[in-house]
Design a protein around this ligand. Sequence first.
Ligand code: PNS
Length: 176
Amino acid sequence: MKNQQKSKNCGHAESIAIYPGSFDPVTNGHIDIVERGLRLFDRIIVCVMCNAAKTTLFSIQERIEMIEKSFEKFPNVEADTYDGLLVDYGARRKARAILRGMRAVSDFEYEFQMAMMNRRLNRNIQTVFLMTGFRWIFTSSSIIKEAARFGGNVSDMVPPVVLQKLNEKFGHPRPL
Ligand code: PNS
């Protein structure tokens, strides 16, 4: 479905949210946020972007492929990448919102700073925070990668395609 298309139910323009992040790799916590976001928006674009403060384990192409596979059952979720300002991408895709997950108070300062900067740069795109399910409150791509690197079993924290890729990078988890 193209982004300008009318939604089926009420004749309004499709409501689009960009869900930006490093997604290195996508986790069950990210999937939970998208599922919640789909209750608010017609379409969610999961956009792999550059965080200048991070070095990544997976290439952009690998990260997109993992996102596409993880959301293959969701026709209104799309994976993309953009090498530039998030708000510029949002404007180009006619998004009305930037979607971000909030796990704990510790996320707040970083998220608040980003949201304020994005609002300064483009006042037409609102940042919407959703709280992850309680199950995912302690997970992050970084902590999952660290556990996997040292042989920890992260099979219930990531989609199967990500588990396979982590096993390829680090070898299979050590037996319990
Ligand atoms: O998953 P992350 O690493 O917390 O995501 C951060 C990300 C990629 C969303 C952020 O670094 C970003 O928006 N990068 C794109 C460049 C940009 O627009 N920066 C200004 C907003 S602070």
